[in-house]
Design a protein around this ligand. Structure first.
Ligand code: G3H
Ligand code: 13P
Ligand code: ZN
Length: 337
């Protein structure tokens, strides 16, 4: 089975009302962790790479690792997605490399920091949709702006400054033809999302529910959806880390989202925390060790555990074999129709 279209994965998820985690990667161990978790839980998979990940890995390395994953696990439908593409050119180069899905994040200007105008967002997203659909590639757009800046992508702030406006969401989908729509509902990238367990004053699930009511056929995407569990924070701090107390998005809120049209859930930070905790533990407990495998193996195992848990919580577990993936050519013909 080749790398597959995200649109088909999300359509299938919508039919059976489950969500699909989209996990960020930069290296081989992270891809291995996700594929092992997917194989164990029999889950369809979205693996995504940011611009930073593409630069870090010289994206050709990453692409060939994805092909290896695909070859090793032919029974797992596997999507390679560009996370937060900042321009039409970035999306184009990803498609040329072999990504089967791209995010055109036109909610920000190409600098990845400055909130853009609605018209700019429509224009660049529409352009990417035309280019991508001709090749059967899926497009995710974003309307509203996420908070946080520590990951190098985001407008800063608390995440409440640019919560998605439902009227704009409806107009944006009609004007762009995106396959999936990322919303801003108060979440932000990174570990420091909320200063206490979030309630409706900071995490706007009712806004998401309203948008789903207005756009029942559109696949919604939740970014900044790491749960930042205390157990993972504790391991890091126990072994010399200095994380301040913080809260992420509770899994039950994500599950509420899944019952209301959320099909793709972006998770990066939880995996970063899990890997870092495992590595710190090895460094502190066995300071005489210096073979990278001695700490990368437990790091990979820790990430696999988090990913498998999320796959089960999001409901994608058990669905890998439900359908026959379509080729990108077949998808292109569907879009043309
Ligand atoms: O969009 C945020 C993801 O966590 C990726 O982060 O840009 O540091 O690779 P990154
Ligand atoms: P987290 O930082 O919450 O893991 O979010 C990741 C994300 O949204 C990537 O696009
Ligand atoms: Zn994001």
């Amino acid at each position: 089975m080749p790398l597959v279209s995200m649109r088909q994965l999300l359509d299938e998820a919508a039919k059976k009302n489950y969500g699909v985690g989209a996990f960020n990667v930069n290296d081989m161990e992270q891809i291995q962790a996700i594929m092992e978790a997917a194989s164990e839980t029999k889950s369809p998979v979205i693996i995504q790479a940011s611009r930073g990940a593409r630069a870090y890995s010289q994206d050709k390395y990453l692409y060939h690792l994805m092909l290896a994953a695909n070859e090793l696990y032919p029974e797992i439908p596997l999507v390679m997605h560009l996370d937060h593409g900042n321009s039409v050119e970035t999306c184009k180069s990803a498609i040329e490399l072999g990504f089967t899905s791209v995010m055109m994040d036109g909610s920000l200007m190409a600098d990845g920091k400055t909130p853009s105008s609605f018209d700019y967002n429509v224009q660049v997203t529409r352009e990417v949709v035309e280019m991508a659909h001709a090749k059967g590639v899926t497009v995710e757009g974003e309307i509203g702006v996420l908070g946080g800046i520590e990951d190098g992508h985001g407008a800063g702030g608390t995440g409440l400054e640019h919560v998605t406006d439902p009227d704009q969401a409806v107009e944006f989908v009609a004007k762009t033809g995106v396959d999936a729509l990322a919303l801003a509902i108060g979440t932000s990238h990174g570990a420091y999302k909320f200063s206490k367990k979030p309630d409706g004053s900071v995490l706007k699930m009712e806004r998401l529910i309203e948008i789903h009511r207005r756009l029942p056929g559109v696949h919604l995407v939740m970014h900044g959806s790491s749960s930042v569990p205390k157990s993972l924070q504790d391991v890091i701090n126990k072994y010399g880390g200095k994380l301040k107390e913080t809260w992420g998005v509770p899994v039950e809120e994500i599950q509420l989202g899944i019952r209301n049209g959320v099909r793709k859930i972006n998770v990066d930070t939880d995996n970063r925390l899990a890997m870092t905790g495992a590595i710190r533990k090895v460094f502190v407990e066995t300071p005489e060790k210096f073979d990278p495998r001695d700490y990368l193996k437990p790091a990979r195992e820790a990430m696999k555990k988090v990913v498998a848990e999320r796959m089960t919580q999001f409901g994608q577990a058990g669905h890998a074999g439900d359908y026959q993936p379509l080729s990108l050519d077949e998808m292109a013909r569907c879009y043309a129709r």
